[in-house]
Design a protein around this ligand. Structure first.
Ligand code: HEM
Length: 439
């Protein structure tokens, strides 16, 4: 018997066979296996006829996502997502991914993202006016719907900027609204999403024909982006895939993160009151800058703690290209690896009282002492979320506006039904009543 076989035999894990993936059942099984086997185990997948390794141990996460990331490509579920997003940066791998990421990266620098401040302010204000009316009539607000609409609106403005009205004019009501109105991510949705490629194609042609026009949006930045090494620009297919990737990747995650934030604030009224008081200490009536919101301690803490307990991207999958050693155990080439922020963020060695919602746990001393790979709501390493800065700016702008103006109370306080597929989110809509706070 070879020694590597002997070691491999020792990897903990259940006897039963189960196909881990993005499903509610996967979340429940993973809870059970995590209780039984801890932060590193394997489960035999009958469908793939191989073991899937669940890697929630921070040093092993570091190896997969950072120090040996070249050995890992996106894994289980990527084929399905590729039907939606083609070969955009979410799904592609290797040198091709690297080139596309390099070309898109500068657009997401916080100095650029900070320039969306005025837009974030005015869109959020428009929602605040709607909420004020609902507070007046006592009509509960459907937070899930509102967060989805708001984040789609913002997302499309960051991508298409001033061309958005043109899209509406040319193609009728917002053709991208399917991302918000259709919750199934099935083949029918994929077909409808891919049919939006025609709109992007037309916009590419329009913008290329009118180079004198000034645009400040991700689409314009992607059109202008040049490969540093070759000087090449993206072709039409690449632009379409990247634009559709940003439309989908930037929307649902941010929408569920915002919904979860109100969910938590509704269940912790004393934290909501403290947040309202600290939001009132921020300047009102103008756009808050990226840096001002980064310095808003309680707003940042509430957001971070929500993303700890309720990370929308609850599982990341990878496939090893070559054999590797993780947590002292050899894994074979082609092995599927799952990393789950949901479980890492509850790891008892790294978090005290992990199930308690406690924003104050994010403070300078604790953050410095904590293992960096124990908190990964936006992933980590070269493939970490490109939209992290934008998502945080968007969320804190919203919180600063709304927390100072409204007291939000959940209509229903029963335990929530969770949906854990591609994203971790509430299955039924979150309804809250609003009370306008005195000016
Ligand atoms: C709270 C909101 C968000 C969360 C929690 C989130 C989470 C994540 C996570 C965990 C990953 C890494 C996936 C992996 O390594 O397998 C990721 C990647 C990505 N995210 Fe986000 N995201 C958010 C918002 C956004 C926004 C606003 C955008 C764009 C406007 C965006 C675009 C992307 C893209 C393009 C990738 C793939 C990056 C690559 O592979 O190079 N995300 N996101």
């Amino acid at each position: 018997m070879s020694s590597s076989f002997a070691m491999a035999k020792d990897v903990p894990g259940p006897q039963e066979h189960f196909d881990l993936g993005g499903s509610e059942e996967s979340l429940e099984r993973l809870k059970q296996y995590t209780r039984d086997y801890g932060d590193f185990f394997r489960v035999y997948s009958p469908h793939r006829a191989s073991y899937t390794y669940v890697v929630n141990q921070p040093d092993a996460i570091k190896r997969v996502l950072l120090t040996n990331h070249r050995n890992y490509v996106k894994g289980v579920g990527t084929d399905q997502i590729s039907i939606l997003l083609g070969r955009g940066i979410m799904t592609s791998s290797g040198e091709y991914w690297h080139r596309q990421r390099r070309m898109l990266q500068p657009a997401f620098h916080h100095r650029i993202v900070g320039q969306f401040g005025e837009m974030l302010h005015s869109v959020t204000e428009a929602y605040a006016r709607r909420w004020a009316e609902q507070a007046r009539t006592g009509e509960p607000v459907n937070i899930t719907q509102a967060a989805s609409e708001l984040t789609l609106d913002i997302n499309l403005r960051t991508i298409f900027g001033t061309d958005l009205p043109l899209i509406h004019e040319r193609f009728g009501a917002n053709p991208f609204a399917i991302v918000h109105t259709e919750s199934n991510r099935d083949l029918k949705f994929a077909y409808r999403l891919r049919s939006l490629a025609g709109i992007v194609r037309e916009l590419i042609a329009r913008r290329r024909a009118n180079p004198q026009e000034q645009h400040f949006d991700f689409f314009g930045m992607a059109l202008a982006a040049q490969d540093k090494e070759t000087g090449e620009v993206m072709n039409e297919k690449q632009l379409i895939d990247e634009v559709l990737t940003l439309v989908v990747a930037g929307h649902e995650t941010t929408a569920s993160a915002l919904t979860w934030t109100w969910y938590q604030l509704g269940r912790h009224p004393h934290i909501q009151e403290a947040l309202a008081a600290s939001a009132r200490a921020l300047p009102d009536g103008r756009a808050l800058s990226f840096d001002e919101l980064e310095a808003w301690t309680l707003g940042q803490q509430v957001m971070k703690e929500t993303l700890r307990l309720c990370p929308p991207g609850w599982v990341m999958s990878r496939r090893a290209l070559q054999a590797d050693v993780l947590n002292g155990f050899p894994i074979a080439a082609d092995t599927d690896v799952f990393i789950s922020p949901y479980f890492v963020h509850r790891h008892p060695e790294h978090w005290t009282d992990p199930e308690t919602f406690d924003p104050g746990r994010f403070n300078e001393a604790a953050d410095a002492a904590r293992n960096r790979f124990a908190y990964i709501p936006f992933g980590v390493g070269p493939r970490h979320c490109i939209g992290e800065g934008l998502a945080k700016y968007e969320m804190t702008t919203h919180l600063a506006h709304m927390a100072r103006r409204f007291r939000m109370t959940p209509v229903n306080t029963e335990p929530p039904h969770i949906e854990a597929r591609i994203n971790y989110r509430l299955r039924s809509d979150l309804m809250m009543t609003l009370e306008a706070r005195p000016a």
